[in-house]
Design a protein around this ligand. Structure first.
Ligand SMILES: [Zn+2]
Length: 182
């Protein structure tokens, strides 16, 4: 079990060991937002609840420059689980330029897509379909995408993650039919 660290603006920043979290709290750098009372940490002098979520007292600039690994889930998350073509709930990803025509696996050629659009598009380009992309696919910005631990968040973290797109995987009603332009 680990501790979720939120930046001073409540944005998920990192995941650390309980031990590290306790040090951050005891040194006044962070405060506890949620803790697990059933499993206190005991030392010879103190017993404290295990923090499951802590928040930093001061805003920390998220580290930059780390490359974000391309992943199917990452593409879905970047696009907010919304189809790049119709805006409906996306459950798959689509190669904008189809693989069969030289399209590569990259952040700029992959978009979130609903099954209907994915199936209709097949091996064609959006232009051939008369579709326009609702988004300009680009590598995601730094931050939450690095936190591979959040792929499977523990329950205590969830309330602190949803505001930042984590947990958005829950099915949403298909908001719109495919673009009229299609
Ligand atoms: Zn769609």
């Amino acid at each position: 079990m680990k501790t979720l660290v939120l930046n001073a603006g409540y944005e998920p920043l990192s995941v650390v060991s309980f031990k590290r979290a306790v040090v951050l709290v005891l040194t006044g750098k962070a405060s506890v937002l949620q803790s697990d009372r059933d499993q206190p940490i005991r030392s010879e002098t103190i017993a404290i609840d295990r923090p499951s979520v802590i928040i930093l007292g001061r805003y920390v600039k998220p580290p930059r420059g780390r490359r974000v690994m391309l992943s199917r889930r990452g593409v879905l998350r970047r696009d907010g689980f919304l189809c790049a073509y119709c805006g409906g709930h996306a459950t798959t990803i689509d190669h904008v330029l189809p693989r069969s025509r030289g399209g590569e696996n990259s952040w700029t050629n992959l978009v979130a897509c609903c099954r209907a659009c994915n199936g209709a598009k097949g091996d064609r380009t959006p232009r051939e379909m008369g579709w326009t992309l609702r988004v300009t696919p680009a590598p995601p910005r730094a931050g939450r995408f690095w936190l591979s631990e959040l792929e499977e968040p523990i329950d205590e973290w969830r309330p602190f993650l949803t505001a930042f797109g984590w947990g958005a995987e829950r099915p949403r009603p298909h908001a719109m039919a495919r673009s009229e332009a299609a």
